[in-house]
Design a protein around this ligand. Structure first.
Ligand code: CMC
Length: 428
């Protein structure tokens, strides 16, 4: 097959080189198109536009394949740990035992946040959404480390910022929760693993002895792995685009947190549980909700269903659905919404509307049920997604900087008013 595509417009022809990916995916490079033909491409929502060439994550939406750096998500979720996966995504390889020991130690010794930052929590309203707190606290981190402002600094300095982000974001997140319930914050414990420490900061109280439940720790670790990267999704693209202006890494990550918060992206996990609770309160039958989701005059969508790239099944959803039963029964938790979710899925998957549009449960459909069983409050669900996605955002940012990618700056087709004369205020 030719390694060039040809576009003809009127008298003008442009030859576009074809780019081939590792898994035979093909794109043609349109960067010369405007110069040769005067045309730009228009693809609102980037539904068929590649923004970069990346070595981090491979995804085949038709076959339901997801791999980080070549390793399948199924293998990683079953056999690895979140910190190993973080190293894999950020540095390209699974760490050796020695490298992993140093990496973990480095993170563990940076988990404290500056005491002045602790005072910020006093100023947030008690009902503040923890994603709002997380986004602003991550951005505020840049003010505490002015030396980290320049993303083109030497590798050691960038690495320090990466370690600080991985180490401190669990502390910031757990403290946001403690703030919301009016409890004293719990300081990090260096003897704990990454996830154990987070669970301890979330749930331990000065009034009681507490030891993180290994079941909770393992389940959470797996969920974080499943969320760790997802190639050029909305928040990763936001991190890359913000970072392409060469703003500091803290600010780029804060952009990712904000993008993730929306209900069409990571915020769907909160929206799903709220939807399932509403269905439960309404009597539990799925039909009315399926009809609402299909009704074009109704804003309602079946949350946790559909995906921009998965058109067969979401492999993460498969793993989570399987884990759901195990986690709930191991913890001795019964949640009536689990049956409602299963029933809803069954009915939707038999319905022509969902079949024709390839709408399947996504990662967020069952994750909220597990989070709730683990004791995580609903408005912390998207924070959990952010904790998981953090290494992915860092890896995407690092790759963009290392590739010296230019500033992200899309074009547009202007459809507003043509040129018109200014009319002074007195004459309008
Ligand atoms: N319920 C009902 N209809 C839907 C749904 C849904 N959840 N999702 C898509 N559709 C319909 C949509 O109305 C459209 O129909 P038509 O062709 O008749 O206009 C068709 O399916 C294609 O949808 P789209 O909105 O053009 O697809 P998209 O690729 O732009 O959007 C999506 C993908 C995930 C935003 C969308 O499926 C959605 O809103 N899902 C619910 C929110 C959700 O669960 N988000 C989490 C995504 S997974 C976590 C993450 O990585 O972000």
């Amino acid at each position: 097959m030719s390694d060039k595509a040809k576009i003809t417009f009127g008298e003008k022809t442009c030859e576009l080189p074809v780019i081939l990916g590792t898994e035979e995916e093909r794109a043609f490079d349109i960067s010369k198109l405007r110069g040769d033909t005067g045309l730009i491409t228009l693809d609102i929502g980037f539904k068929n536009t590649g923004s970069t060439q990346s070595k981090i994550t491979f995804l085949d939406g038709e076959k339901g394949i997801l791999r980080y750096r070549g390793y399948s998500i199924e293998d990683l979720a079953e056999k690895s740990t979140f910190l190993e996966v973080a190293h894999l995504l950020i540095h390209g390889e699974l760490p050796s035992a020695k490298v992993f020991e140093d990496f973990s130690k480095d993170i563990t010794t940076h988990t404290l946040i500056h005491e002045d930052m602790k005072r910020f929590y006093e100023a947030y309203p008690s009902k503040a959404h923890p994603m709002g707190i997380l986004a602003s606290m991550v951005s505020a981190m840049s003010t505490f480390y002015p030396g980290s402002q320049d993303p083109n600094r030497e590798a050691e300095s960038i690495n320090r910022t990466i370690i600080r982000l991985l180490a401190k974001i669990p502390t910031i997140s757990a403290w946001a929760y403690k703030n919301s319930v009016g409890h004293p914050v719990v300081y990090p414990r260096n003897s704990y693993s990454y996830v154990q420490n987070f669970v301890n900061m979330m749930f331990s109280l000065p009034t009681e002895d507490y030891e993180p439940d290994p079941l909770v720790v393992d389940a959470l670790d797996k969920l974080l792995i499943l969320h760790a990267d997802h190639e050029q999704n909305c928040s990763a693209a936001a991190v890359r685009i913000a970072g392409s202006s060469r703003c500091n890494l803290y600010s780029a990550i804060s952009t990712g947190v904000t993008a993730l918060w929306g209900p069409l992206h990571g915020g769907a996990n909160q929206a799903v549980i709220e939807m399932l609770d509403a269905i439960h309160a309404d009597g539990g039958g799925p039909d009315k909700w399926i009809e609402k989701a299909k009704d074009k005059d109704d804003e309602f969508r079946l949350m946790g269903f559909g995906h921009r790239v998965y058109k067969n099944f979401d492999p993460r959803a498969k793993i989570i659905k399987k884990a759901c039963d195990g986690v709930l029964s191991a913890l001795g938790v019964t949640d009536p919404v689990l049956d409602i979710a299963r029933h809803l899925e069954e009915v939707a998957l038999r319905d022509d509307y969902f079949i024709e549009r390839n709408l399947y449960p996504n990662v967020d459909f069952y994750s909220g049920i597990i989070y709730r069983a683990l004791g995580i409050p609903t408005d912390m669900f998207t924070v959990m997604f952010a904790l998981g996605r953090l290494p992915g955002w860092i890896a995407q940012w690092k790759e963009m900087i290392e590739n010296k990618e230019p500033i992200g700056r899309p074009r547009q087709i202007y459809t507003g008013a043509p040129h018109r004369p200014y009319v002074p205020l007195s004459k309008r």
